[in-house]
Each structure stands twice: as structure tokens, then as C-alpha cells.
Design a binder for this molecule. Sequence first.
Ligand code: UDP
Length: 308
Amino acid sequence: MRILVTGCAGFIGFHMCDRLLRDGHEVVGLDNVSTGQRPNVVDLSKNPRFQFVEHDLTQPLALDGSFERVFNFACPASPVDFDPRRLDILAVCSRGVWNLLDFCKRSGARLLHTSTSEVYGDPKVHPQREDYWGNVNPIGPRSCYDEGKRFAEALITAYRAMHGVETRMVRIFNTYGPRMRRDDGRALPNFISQALTNQPITVHGDGSQTRSFCYISDQIEGLTRLAESDCTDPVNIGNPVEVTILQVAREIVQLANSRSEIHLVPRPQDDPTVRQPDISRARKVLGWSPVVERTDGFCRTIEWFRGG
Ligand code: UDP
């Protein structure tokens, strides 16, 4: 197939392109390289079936030839990117997704859009099932991302109803692995970089907040299956094994053989207290569940951070 991947310079976008190329597809990668990394594009470009287009998705999209699939990863996604890029995030989640939908309507391509666990906000239902509507502060520091992604889901739902474009939607939960940006600001890149340089590990609050971490290869397998499934409802893709952030910090220190100490620092406003995907739908409609154990995934990621 000929497939367009937006956000190809980013962490998950890179791995999606890599998988599609290994599966024998022709891939056009699009990115404005605002939060993505140019070395990812350089590595993908070594494959003759990959073509890079530098483009801002909020501008109208004109690409030659036909496409059968569009995978949309274009959006800054780390909490540290939210503050300086509020309007960029809202623009790409609204105008950007609208441009992609128009493009899919013209080309007949099926869109796989990546939404997020952030649509559940600071959840009052735990674990989170797809039929939970969430608890989001519309004017808080994370609202550009949370509400942007919620708007994109509403837009896709309406556009599909009005124009019959084929769409799939995934809600991605915390995902990690090689090629995460070192300065990404998220817990794992921070903890690993700090551990490898024996610097203090900055745990926010008392570290009792929880997350559930999915290794990148499991995430990509779920996305690949969803794109080819008949399921038009949103599907959670993530690892349901929940852990406190303090426990994650301790595990990273131990696995990296680090002398770092854990420092408790102030916790950001509206930081979700708990997060765990209910993946019953993914199990049922995709026959998917994660297979990589946390210790294994953490070790592989630490090795990559050591080497890179
Ligand atoms: N966190 C932390 N120290 C850091 C970065 C993040 O304790 O240096 C916490 C953060 O407050 C949150 C959790 O780790 O409770 C996961 O944060 P991350 O930025 O990785 O992703 P999020 O799940 O919030 O999108």
C-alpha cells in the first residue's frame, strides 16, 4: 500500500514508518520538525520506499498520487511542550485534522487518527474504558492538548457522518522506548537521563500518582491491527499494568546501576492522579494485548539512552 504518516519525525511516528516499511509498504512521511527529530527522518530516508515531505499540517495539503492509508501522529505530545505551544497544538488538532480529513475525502484513504488517554483527563473512573467521558479542565495548563484531542475526536465523528470518510481512532496510553527525545520532559526520558549521569531523579509530588507504561513495539502492533480492523469506535491501546511513579523511579535507578537519589519536587497542576487503560475492546476486536514486560522494556530503553 501507499501510506501517508504525519508526525514521522516523532517518537511513535518514526516507529510506525519503520514498521510499515518493514512490512513492504511505500511510505510518505510528513512533519514540520517542530518537536520531532531530524535524525529520525535521516534514518527513514535510507529506505528507497520512504519519501519525506516537510510541511505544516495546519496548511492545506497537496500531495501527488493516491494513498490507501493515512496515519496521523502530528501533534506535540509531551506535557513540557504544552505551555509554549498551546496555539500550535490547538491548531494542529483542529485545522490540521480537518485538512487531513479533506485529504482523505479527496483521495479515498482511510484515516487512523491517534487520540490519547488525556481525553479522560484526571479520571474519576478507574481503569478507563472507552465509554467513559472523562474529567477535563477546559482552561487548565493541559487543556490545549486534552481539549484539542477531544475536539479532533468530535470532528472526525462528525466528518465521517457527513462525508463517509473511513476513520479509525486510537487512544494511546503512556508509551516508551528507544528514540524518545532525551529532552522530552516526560518521566521516563527524565529518569533515565538523570540515572545515567547520577543526577537527582525528579519525582513530582510524593510519587504516588500512577501510570501504565506500554513498550513501543506493543503499541505499534496494536496500531497496525486497528488500522486494518473494522472497528470505527475509539480503542484504548496501552499496557494495563499500573505502577506508581515513585516505583518507576526506583526501578530505573536499579536497572541503570545508578547512584542517583530520588528528589521530591513540586507536582504540576492538573497532573492526572491515576491512569490505567481497560483494554477489553482491543483484546476483543483486535485480538491484541501487550507482551513486553516492564523490566525488559526499561532495560532496552536504558541501553538505547546509553548508546545514543
Ligand atoms: N513526572 C515526574 N518527574 C518528571 C517528569 C514527570 O515525576 O521528571 C511525573 C508526572 O508528574 C506524571 C508522571 O510522571 O505524574 C508521568 O508524566 P509524563 O510527563 O511522563 O506523562 P503524562 O502521563 O503526564 O502525559
